[in-house]
Design a protein around this ligand. Structure first.
Ligand SMILES: *[C@@H]1O[C@H](CO)[C@@H](O)[C@H](O)[C@H]1NC(C)=O
Ligand SMILES: *[C@@H]1O[C@H](CO)[C@@H](O)[C@H](O)[C@H]1NC(C)=O
Ligand SMILES: *[C@@H]1O[C@H](CO)[C@@H](O)[C@H](O)[C@H]1NC(C)=O
Ligand SMILES: *[C@@H]1O[C@H](CO)[C@@H](O)[C@H](O)[C@H]1NC(C)=O
Ligand SMILES: *[C@@H]1O[C@H](CO)[C@@H](O)[C@H](O)[C@H]1NC(C)=O
Ligand SMILES: *[C@@H]1O[C@H](CO)[C@@H](O)[C@H](O)[C@H]1NC(C)=O
Ligand SMILES: *[C@@H]1O[C@H](CO)[C@@H](O)[C@H](O)[C@H]1NC(C)=O
Ligand SMILES: *[C@@H]1O[C@H](CO)[C@@H](O)[C@H](O)[C@H]1NC(C)=O
Ligand SMILES: *[C@@H]1O[C@H](CO)[C@@H](O)[C@H](O)[C@H]1NC(C)=O
Ligand SMILES: *[C@@H]1O[C@H](CO)[C@@H](O)[C@H](O)[C@H]1NC(C)=O
Ligand SMILES: *[C@@H]1O[C@H](CO)[C@@H](O)[C@H](O)[C@H]1NC(C)=O
Ligand SMILES: *[C@@H]1O[C@H](CO)[C@@H](O)[C@H](O)[C@H]1NC(C)=O
Length: 654
């Protein structure tokens, strides 16, 4: 009975399409149903749906990839509504038979969720059950998750009914006291590689390097380049002091091209000893220079980039616990306000709305974090309770009166399945309501606010939330929002929001806000490990300067396993050689000036690129390559649509 119902739905859906009929006729479909209905069971339902999807893929009619994708979602939805638990089997099988993706991607994308591997088929089925395949949801999914459709036009919606009108005084930032600052540490993207193995392949052909399962499939044993490297000390660690481990004969295995050294490699995530070295360098700098940090912000990503099949629930939780423990060990009483990154969840990248039936999938993480942050003294009981329950965001007021709002960016992450239903609605997660309520309350009492999140809005975000965020930021800047901080890209970057009356031209008059995007501790991929701290005006919480520190990772390859040397790379006020009043903060206008120079001169573009990657050996040459061509677009776009439009205009000029 159920089976017949499913198939009626399938047929009805297919008939409803303006695609013409498919290669297989209704009678064929019904024939399948009749055959199967003799012996109705899960196998026959799975088979019928797989056959249906395969037929769609193999249709001799000219159905575009986009229409195929959307139709698949419709077929999937009809199954998800009745037998959601069969969706993963059906889609995995279809994907494998048609070789729509590589086998491992078919499995990680569509196979049912397990605790051992980061597979998302169950989340896919949840999404199907709620989405509108033939509307914006389907187009958006088929664009961002399957690259089968072009980008649909971003809905023209607004959140402006949620706030009072902006008054004239809200268009001007309070003036810094300029003679009294305090220090804030900014950490990001540790990506601890738990199975980092000294001597393993550091130049691997696929997947994650420096692990027991990495290999260089192109390497020719006899043409193995002899490296002058000697830093192969296994089980090295650093608690109070550095303890060098035992020496590994790394060149013994001739099939390894570049053996992984003690402190990390440019194609690998961070071994714990590198993380501890970075934290140690912070503690050391702080005590040597008598510089105290009032608090620290951490903008996410503790779990590494290993294959999804090897990313387990246990490893996710262990990575989160270890990284926060290592931070706590070195920072002592300095409170850390944190956000979770796209890697800091299991399965990877997912996050469900609180009130649509899937809450229990992800509450483990919010509860773990709330407990840990409270135990470490980073959050009080009230904030911790809030973070435990409302995991898309929480706020905390620092002892000096600044409000820090922490947002979970998986809400707008393009890989999160739960972002693909009701996607024309601006706020299915309730995150904007939370953010706006906090901002309205702060504005009323003239309190300044910092917003911290992992993923910046111009890349890897979905277009609508990006547009909504820009609207909120334009409304509450520069009076209330003092600064915005992201991580995620692993690059030292910034982004400017332009919003003028009637136009968003990239002029100095239209500058309203900017964000800081932090460099990473993980070297992955091709960067030197790095961290920064800000000097912040005590009265306005505007940033007066940023000091960026790094270690030249390549110098640890041949130093016989000695500790990395961390040093000041540059400061944001002096590093760009721009004339800027000493008493003025490094605000959006400052960054507009820098961005304009990046646009005008190759020298400035190169300077920016060097800083972005911390002078690693892999920094491209901007003068003779196209690698730096889109930098200006990145720096001057705050939303996905702005970035895409900018890139299109650069490309059309070529
Ligand atoms: C199939 O569709 C594409 C794009 O719509 C078109 O360019 C092509 O000519 C069509 N091919 C056939 C055989 O109809
Ligand atoms: C596909 O990948 C899965 C998971 O990695 C594996 O178990 C299975 O053997 C693979 N199948 C084929 C045909 O390679
Ligand atoms: C968006 O909607 C607003 C108000 O509904 C309208 O004034 C505006 O013209 C629309 N913009 C576009 C690009 O459609
Ligand atoms: C500078 O600091 C002193 C003492 O902290 C304070 O009295 C003075 O008002 C400050 N100056 C400005 C311009 O805020
Ligand atoms: C990495 O290995 C490839 C061969 O697979 C080789 O061409 C390349 O030069 C190697 N890169 C480094 C940095 O050793
Ligand atoms: C490996 O290196 C040897 C010696 O340089 C060469 O003769 C052989 O062709 C190489 N094999 C491959 C697969 O590159
Ligand atoms: C020191 O670090 C090692 C490796 O990270 C760890 O196993 C050990 O428990 C630490 N010891 C102390 C006293 O913290
Ligand atoms: C979300 O989608 C569901 C199912 O399509 C619909 O019933 C509901 O009204 C939508 N909610 C909002 C807030 O639009
Ligand atoms: C810095 O700017 C000054 C004045 O514009 C200029 O003379 C100088 O050459 C610049 N220095 C660098 C390193 O670009
Ligand atoms: C940034 O600071 C400068 C100097 O105080 C000021 O002129 C400018 O308006 C500020 N920009 C913004 C966006 O607040
Ligand atoms: C490390 O890389 C930098 C940038 O390419 C280079 O200048 C430096 O000489 C390298 N150091 C070593 C020891 O290879
Ligand atoms: C670009 O310039 C660098 C440094 O001058 C040089 O090493 C490199 O080979 C050049 N690359 C190209 C593609 O010309």
């Amino acid at each position: 009975m159920l089976f017949g119902l499913v198939f009626c739905t399938v047929i009805a859906l297919l008939k409803g399409l303006a695609l013409g009929s498919l290669a297989i006729s209704d009678s064929q479909l019904l024939g399948d149903v009749l055959d199967a209905s003799d012996n109705f069971n899960d196998e026959s339902v799975v088979k019928a749906f797989v056959d249906e999807l395969v037929a769609l893929s193999h249709s001799s009619k000219n159905i575009s990839a986009c229409d195929q994708c959307v139709t698949r979602l419709a077929v999937g939805k009809s199954l998800a509504l009745l037998r959601p638990e069969l969706v993963p089997r059906v889609f995995t099988k279809w994907c494998q038979i048609t070789k729509y993706m590589t086998n491992s991607t078919c499995v990680s994308t569509f196979a049912r969720n397990t605790v051992k591997s980061s597979y998302t088929g169950t989340n896919f089925a949840d999404m199907l059950s709620l989405m509108d395949p033939f509307g914006y949801d389907g187009q958006l999914y088929c664009c961002y998750k399957e690259s089968a459709c072009s980008k649909p036009k971003t809905p023209n919606v607004t959140l402006s009914h949620m706030w009072p009108a902006k008054q004239a005084k809200h268009s001007v930032a309070p003036v810094p006291s300029a003679n009294d600052t305090f220090n804030v540490l900014h950490l990001s993207d540790f990506h601890i590689e738990l199975d980092y193995t000294v001597g393993a392949e550091a130049n691997c052909s696929a997947s994650m390097c420096c692990t027991p399962h990495s290999s260089n499939t192109f390497a020719n044993i006899t043409s193995h380049p002899q490296q002058a490297w000697n830093s192969f000390y296994d089980s090295s660690y650093m608690n109070d002091t550095f303890v060098k481990g035992s020496s590994v004969d790394a060149f013994k295995n001739g099939s390894i091209w570049s053996p992984a050294t003690t402190f990390g490699n440019y194609k690998c995530d961070a071994p714990e000893v590198l993380i501890n070295s970075s934290m140690n360098s912070i503690a050391q700098y702080s005590s040597d220079n008598n510089i105290d940090f009032e608090f620290a912000i951490f903008t996410g990503d503790m779990v590494d980039h290993d294959e999804f099949s090897l990313t387990s629930y246990k490893m996710t939780v262990e990575s989160e616990e270890l990284v926060f423990r290592d931070i706590k060990n070195k920072l002592g009483d300095v409170p850390v306000y944190a956000v979770m990154g796209n890697h800091d969840n299991f399965p990877y990248g997912e996050l469900a709305q609180e009130n649509h039936g899937f809450l229990n999938y992800f509450s483990y993480n919010a509860e773990l974090m709330a407990d840990l942050w409270e135990d470490y003294g980073w959050l009080g009981p009230k904030e911790s309770q809030y973070a435990r329950k409302h995991y898309t965001g929480f706020s905390v007021e620092t002892t000096m009166g600044l409000k820090v709002i922490s947002l979970n960016s998986n809400v707008w992450y393009k890989k999160n399945h739960y972002a693909y239903w009701n996607s024309t609605q601006p706020d299915t997660f309730g995150q904007f309501e939370f953010l706006i309520d906090e901002l309205v309350a702060s504005e009323k009492i003239d309190q300044r606010v910092w917003i911290i999140a992992h993923i910046p809005f111009s890349s890897d975000a979905l277009p609508l939330p990006a547009k909504m965020f820009a609207e909120v930021v334009a409304r509450f800047s520069p009076y209330t929002i003092a600064n915005i901080f992201f991580g995620h890209t692993h690059l030292d970057q910034f982004e400017i929001l332009y919003s003028g009356p009637g136009n968003d031209a990239k002029t100095i008059e239209n500058v309203v806000a900017s964000s800081w995007i932090s460099q990473a501790v993980t070297p992955w991929v091709n960067n030197n490990p790095s961290w920064r701290y800000y000097t912040v005006d005590k009265e306005t919480f505007s940033v007066m300067n940023a000091y960026n520190f790094y270690t030249k990772l390549n110098e640890t390859f041949a130093n016989n396993g000695a500790e990395p040397v961390w040093e000041l790379e540059y400061s944001s006020r002096e590093g760009y050689n721009i004339t800027w009043p000493e008493t003025a903060p490094l605000n959006a206008t400052y960054w507009h000036t820098v961005a304009s120079k990046v646009n005008e001169s190759v020298e400035y573009n190169q300077m920016y690129e060097n800083y972005a990657m911390r002078f690693s050996p892999y920094v491209p040459n901007c003068a003779n390559s196209t690698s730096c061509d889109l930098n200006y677009c990145f720096l001057t776009s705050f939303t996905v649509d702005q970035y895409d439009d900018c890139v299109a205009s650069v490309k059309s000029k070529k």
